[in-house]
Write a protein that binds this ligand. Structure first.
Ligand SMILES: [Zn+2]
Length: 66
């Protein structure tokens, strides 16, 4: 497990791959969501795709952490 968090560069944390924390995952997701929205400019992101990204990527269905 030597990958680094793409947001802050810290080592990723097990269960939060590839991020180090839920916070960074949220940041990255926010960037992706907003970036996709603003760069493409003509089409809103598919909400289902976002949810799938969350489920398959980082979130394990545990409680949110502040
Ligand atoms: Zn991070």
């Amino acid at each position: 497990m030597s990958k680094k968090c793409p947001v802050c560069g810290k080592a990723e944390k097990e269960g939060r791959e590839p991020f180090c924390s839920k916070r960074c995952a949220d940041v990255d997701l926010g960037h992706w969501f907003k970036g996709n929205y603003s760069i493409s400019g003509h089409e809103e992101p598919d909400e289902d795709e976002v949810v799938e990204a969350i489920k398959s990527g980082n979130f394990k269905g545990d409680l949110p952490q502040s």
